[in-house]
Design a protein around this ligand. Structure first.
Ligand SMILES: Cc1cc2nc3c(=O)[nH]c(=O)nc-3n(C[C@H](O)[C@H](O)[C@H](O)COP(=O)(O)OP(=O)(O)OC[C@H]3O[C@@H](n4cnc5c(N)ncnc54)[C@H](O)[C@@H]3O)c2cc1C
Ligand code: SF4
Length: 512
């Protein structure tokens, strides 16, 4: 009997068992562009266009490989608007003995799909997602009984298990982590390679028109659509990254430059997360570049750590702590997102630049997400739920399994420090050291108080003061609380007062 195999928009990988085991003339692969998935948060227009176009190209490849494919476009008259209804219709029309689907990446979908069997009246089989280098069970086994879940130790286990950058039982070069070499700001004279972009084809043009028409109220715009939408083109992005960017990736990993969104980052999370590239091939390619002497160890290790370490770790973390992770709120923050998170009009140049680039490209690099936007979100006590939704909808690489641990665990410390050993908060001097944003700002980074003072400065000390009970025993905060202890009360009071005025302006959506 035939199987109906549902392929989700982030499962565009030919080697997934659900696809490679399909009997080409017997089973049917179903792909559908449904309203429910495109709007459970109002995703960035470029994100929807990228995924719909990648899905259409993938379906065309499957057909060319003689698979039986049913593809439901967004404006198809048979489009049912949700995955379940679409599967129901396919089952009613066809003679299927079972429905198969690769394990979804999101808790929300898994919980829903686990109920489908009752509605459909036929078995729903979950197939393995073999695109990760660890499983959620492996993470849980590692986490069992540990007091602290530091990524660094999970990463070392992954290096050993997959024998990546190893010299026998030891790490290449003698150290596991070369982060100390990876914190340089960008010199003004540095020539950054051109961003890799692709011309749109007929399929993408049609999708862009559709998204423009149907999702006009969503965040962002569709101008300068730059994505690879096929595996071949995504491999091209990886190739150029390895040659042009990876050699400097480590050194400038934390740098931020006004008007330069792309820098030496790889820009492949979109492709990894929807399946056009696999983590294993990317890691192997970077290791090979190091072995061939094309890139220094600090760059290769720094890059591989992001994928073999952080990416695998956050996925394990997500499944281990869901659903509680979504509701954690260690600092009891509840302020509504200020309007400028949507339009980007603010006198703070760092925030203005990062929001503008996010809006333009559905992309911002890690330090922008972490030390500007994330830092600000925690210092201004924004509601974790609202910040989570924002990050999930603005970035083209965002899926809850990877977005949520980064937002709840890394930037907001909502989990009380399970993921991060201390809150990622910093005053304006960090942003000034790692970027050139402060030069064009309406505020002065050197000022601690007063109307022209950089808001990150007083907000930082307000945060340190407000949460001393929760944080001062943290050994990694000891130095900060020592400095705080030496500060004059009148200085602390002045900063607290400025912070309260600023926070009140945010609450009332006044210009800041
Ligand atoms: C608040 C916040 C939200 C984030 N949301 C997402 C998200 O929704 N989707 C997403 O893929 N990444 C997310 N990240 C991680 C990281 O910022 C992006 O993966 C990265 O910026 C993507 O750009 P890139 O491909 O150029 O990455 P590079 O800087 O070139 O890094 C290489 C790869 O490493 C992986 N990686 C790096 N850091 C992380 C991390 N912290 N967690 C997981 N994988 C990582 C990504 O796959 C990335 O493509 C988030 C980080 C923060 C701080
Ligand atoms: S002065 Fe402060 S607000 Fe302005 S860019 Fe620098 S860090 Fe940002």
């Amino acid at each position: 009997m035939a199987a109906l195999i549902l392929v989700l928009g982030d499962q565009l990988t030919h080697t997934l068992p659900a696809i490679s085991d399909a009997r080409k003339t017997v089973d049917t692969l179903l792909l559908a562009e449904v309203r429910e998935e495109a709007t459970y948060v109002n995703h960035h227009k470029k994100k929807i266009a990228f995924l719909f176009s990648a899905m259409r190209h993938f379906a065309a490849e499957l057909k060319a490989n003689n698979y039986t494919v049913s593809y439901i476009k967004y404006d198809d008259e048979n489009n049912q608007g949700s995955l379940l209804e679409q599967v129901k219709l396919a089952c009613a029309k066809g003679d299927f003995s079972e429905v198969r689907v690769t394990m979804p990446g999101e808790y929300r979908l898994l919980k829903s799909m686990q109920q489908w069997e009752h509605v459909l009246g036929c078995p729903v089989i979950f197939c393995q997602d073999n695109r990760f280098l660890s499983t959620p069970d492996e993470f849980s086994a590692w986490a069992e009984g540990r007091k602290q879940l530091r990524m660094e130790f999970f990463y070392r286990q992954m290096r050993r298990k997959h024998h990546v950058l190893m010299d026998g039982d030891n790490p290449q070069g003698g150290k596991w982590n070369y982060d100390a070499q990876n914190r340089e700001p960008m010199p003004a004279t540095q020539q950054v390679p051109k961003h890799t972009t692709f011309k749109t084809d007929k399929i993408t043009d049609e999708v862009i028109r559709l998204v423009d028409d149907v999702f006009s109220d969503h965040f962002g715009h569709l101008d300068n659509f730059y994505f690879a939408v096929t595996r071949d083109d995504a491999l091209g992005v990886l190739d150029i990254f390895l040659q042009e960017r990876l050699p400097h990736f480590g050194k400038f990993q934390d740098a931020m430059v006004e008007g330069q969104p792309w820098l030496y980052h790889s820009h492949i999370a979109f492709y990894l997360n929807c399946g056009l590239l696999t983590a294993k091939e990317v890691i192997m390619a970077a290791e090979q570049a190091y072995c061939a002497g094309q890139v220094p160890l600090n760059s290769a290790e720094g890059f591989i750590r992001q994928i073999l370490g952080w990416r695998e770790y956050v996925r394990g973390y997500y499944w281990h702590f869901m659903p509680a992770l979504k509701h954690d709120n260690y600092f009891n923050n509840s302020r509504t997102l200020p309007d400028f998170y949507w339009h980007g009009r603010t006198n703070m140049n760092c925030m203005r630049q990062c929001i503008k680039e996010t809006k333009d490209n559905a992309y911002a690099h890690h330090i922008q997400r972490l030390m500007v936007l994330g830092n600000f979100s925690l210092l201004t006590e924004l509601s974790p739920q609202e910040v989570q939704d924002w990050y999930l909808l603005v970035y083209a690489d965002a899926y809850e399994w990877v977005e949520l641990p980064n937002v709840a665990g890394m930037i907001l410390y909502s989990d009380g420090g399970n993921l991060a050993s201390k809150p990622y908060v910093a005053s304006g001097s960090y942003i000034n050291k790692m970027s050139n944003y402060c030069k064009n700002c309406g505020y002065q980074v050197s000022k601690k108080t007063g109307p022209k003072a950089c808001p990150f400065n007083y907000l930082y000390w307000h945060f340190i003061d407000k949460h001393k009970e929760k944080l001062s025993n943290n050994p990694r905060m000891a130095l900060i609380y020592k400095t705080y202890g030496r500060m004059k009360n009148e200085n602390i009071d002045a900063m607290k007062q400025d912070a309260e005025i600023f926070l009140s302006k945010l609450t009332h959506n006044e210009e800041v």
